[in-house]
Design a protein around this ligand. Sequence first.
Ligand SMILES: *[C@@H]1O[C@H](CO)[C@@H](O)[C@H](O)[C@H]1NC(C)=O
Ligand SMILES: *[C@@H]1O[C@H](CO)[C@@H](O)[C@H](O)[C@H]1NC(C)=O
Length: 230
Amino acid sequence: MKLSLLLAAAGLVAIGEAQQKLKVMFLGDSITEITCWRPQVWTQLQAANLTGSIQLVGSMNSIGGSCQKPAGFDARHEGHSGYQAYDVARNNIAGWVRSTQPDVVNFMLGTNDVNIGKRNQQAILDAYTSILNSLRAANANVSVIIDKMIPTSWSDATIEGVNTQIPGWAAKYTTAQSPITVADCSRAAGMTNNMLQGDKVHPNSQGDAFIAKQIGPVLIKALNAKLGRA
Ligand SMILES: *[C@@H]1O[C@H](CO)[C@@H](O)[C@H](O)[C@H]1NC(C)=O
Ligand SMILES: *[C@@H]1O[C@H](CO)[C@@H](O)[C@H](O)[C@H]1NC(C)=O
């Protein structure tokens, strides 16, 4: 009797702890999937004492082969090479978040809409709005971090234009219940051609460090706010 009560109590504690973990999703394309900034953000989360309070979610579980992985690194994510925001909005995001219900989502999307889809600024911004609606349908309290896209080496005008509009987009849709903040990975914030690979679109190791430096503090702030920490 005593033992079973103890076991029941232990089970309740375990359930309570599991429920308290915030579910965090990194959503994007190859710049999220195959590059090395995610483990660097993880290191920042460790330093901020947040890794015990979160669980990464997503249908993917991978990291670029050359990346340094900190101990305990959680490699789950929702980065898909070649995917466009336009298609993610229509075909993928509702299903991805229905099963994972993230509390915090960081996303960088749109580069393939430009390079592959030849879409315009408004189509990309509309896709962001549609993605946001799906995130909120799965979890009305979701905190969203939208990343300004990293530049291409030729400073693509559509990417730069969307980046200019992202703060206004975030201000238009942010709410107290589901706040939206911006992580600035753009050329204007300091990402240079020296931080890109020879393919002109993916970050090299310097670019990974830059992206992590831009996203990490914004994510830490969003997590601390959710956890009620100052
Ligand atoms: C670190 O976070 C844990 C929760 O995961 C908490 O119990 C602990 O007090 C925190 N430590 C510090 C130094 O803030
Ligand atoms: C959202 O947060 C409110 C309290 O702030 C809570 O009552 C509600 O259950 C939450 N909804 C979801 C879907 O987590």
